[in-house]
Design a binder for this molecule. Structure first.
Ligand code: EZ4
Ligand code: CO
Length: 406
């Protein structure tokens, strides 16, 4: 069996997605997500201009060998662009192997370890009351875990709050939509507000629903320690990305000051980014996922390392990760012993049409496809209806105009 074609498809059914589609000489095809939000074309070029020709003629069943060929062969290892490109190829090869075996990928990873995948939804609002009401809505629809992000009084735009961001244009806001929106950030306002959100949430929602919060890399270790301590009475399932990703020693400080559980890793690309945090047990959940951490092959190694230390998975699952990534993530989630939670934001109907799939959500749980492979595909005709559109993630500045983390 040989690889005969590697296609790289960029489509924008509402937002940009990069998909690798590998074809073999016996007509089997496999798909992999290779979307890196805001840097899509860099990955598309890496795949098209550098990797595609190297894959033609190879045996698609030698997944680990191909992974190492691409990883070691580049010399310039790791980094989000490289690892997302490798992930796209790796995921497509697992899809092919599943189809050849006639089994869903989770069976190739060791088989079913749980009945369903517990997911968390995103509740947000302009006020505490609105946010808690949104969270109650999720719980009434069967979700067992909810992430809460509320607008910060005095700030026009706050990360993770749908709709509110558009309300206040800032002096720095660019005229060109392809340039990043510039938001204003104020750490003091944020820290003063978040504990009250969870105080009300616990009072209204009761002691059992799992509640989460995403700090989005914006605090210093000491600020994060203060927030973690103040949130302790409200028993969060996790506080996510409390400090900037590259500030790993910050987690050590945090660990010594609070029992609020910590989740991180959505921007990590490799097991080496996770190694210290896992082996020193500085975190409780590792949030790497298929598309940004080197595919199913590499993600499985990360989760196995985490399992040694009783650290659970909490894979990233925002809507900039395509349904191909979600399908693959659910296959991994089904099979690993140390699954924790899976983030889930439903895609738009247009996106679901471009990427037909058979995973499903029911009563707070998701279920991986039972079809051979990943159980997801790309409809090439529909994808062609939505050409690439330049788009950027926002950036943050402090009130005085200083560039800050987003
Ligand atoms: O900002 O996926 O937990 N989820 C997140 C996401 C990320 C986006 C970045 O592309 O932090 O919403
Ligand atoms: Co996050």
């Amino acid at each position: 069996m040989r690889i005969t074609d590697v296609q790289v498809i960029v489509t924008c059914p509402g937002r940009n997605f990069v998909t690798v589609r590998i074809t073999t000489d016996d007509g089997v095809t496999g798909v992999g997500d290779a979307t890196l939000n805001g840097r899509e074309l860099a990955v598309a070029s890496y795949l098209q201009d550098h990797l595609a020709a190297q894959l033609i003629g190879r045996d698609p069943l030698r997944i680990d060998d191909i992974w190492h060929y691409l990883y070691r062969g580049a010399y310039w290892r790791r980094g989000p662009v490289t690892m997302t490109a490798i992930a796209g190829v790796d995921t497509a090869l697992w899809d092919i192997k599943g189809k050849v075996a006639g089994l869903p990928v989770y069976q190739l990873l060791g088989g079913r370890a749980r009945d369903g995948i517990t997911v968390y939804g995103h509740a947000s609002g302009a006020t505490v009351e609105e946010t808690v009401e949104a969270a109650a809505g999720y719980l009434s629809r069967g979700y067992r875990a909810v992430r809460l992000q509320s607008s910060i009084p005095g700030l026009d735009s706050t990360y993770g709050i749908g709709g509110v961001a558009a309300a206040g244009a800032h002096a720095y806001e660019p005229a060109d939509a392809a340039l990043p929106t510039e938001n204003v950030w104020d750490t003091d306002a944020y820290l003063a507000h978040v504990p009250s959100l969870f105080e009300v949430a616990r009072r209204e929602l009761g002691p059992t629903p799992r509640l989460l919060h995403d700090v989005h890399h914006r605090l210093t270790p000491n600020e994060a320690a203060r927030l973690g301590k103040e949130l302790e009475p409200f028993h969060l399932t996790w506080m996510e990305d409390p400090v900037p990703a590259e500030m790993q020693d910050g987690y050590r400080h945090l660990r010594h000051h609070t029992t609020t559980p910590i989740a991180t890793g959505e921007v990590f690309s490799s097991i080496y980014d996770c190694q210290t945090l896992i082996t020193e047990r500085l975190i409780d959940y590792i949030r790497t996922t298929v598309v940004h951490a080197g595919g199913i092959t590499h993600l499985r190694r990360i989760f196995d390392l985490a399992a040694l230390y009783d650290i659970r998975s909490g894979s990233h699952g925002a809507t900039d990760l395509s349904p191909v990534c979600l399908a693959a993530a659910l296959q991994v989630d089904t099979a690993i012993p140390n699954f924790g939670l899976q983030e889930y934001m439903p895609h738009t109907p247009e996106t679901d049409e471009v990427f037909p799939h058979s995973y499903r959500f029911e009563d707070g749980l998701m279920y991986a496809s039972e079809e051979p492979g990943l159980g997801v595909d790309i409809d090439l005709e529909k994808a062609a209806l939505y050409p690439y559109k330049p788009a950027s993630l926002p950036v943050n500045r402090l009130r005085d105009g200083t560039m800050f983390h987003w």
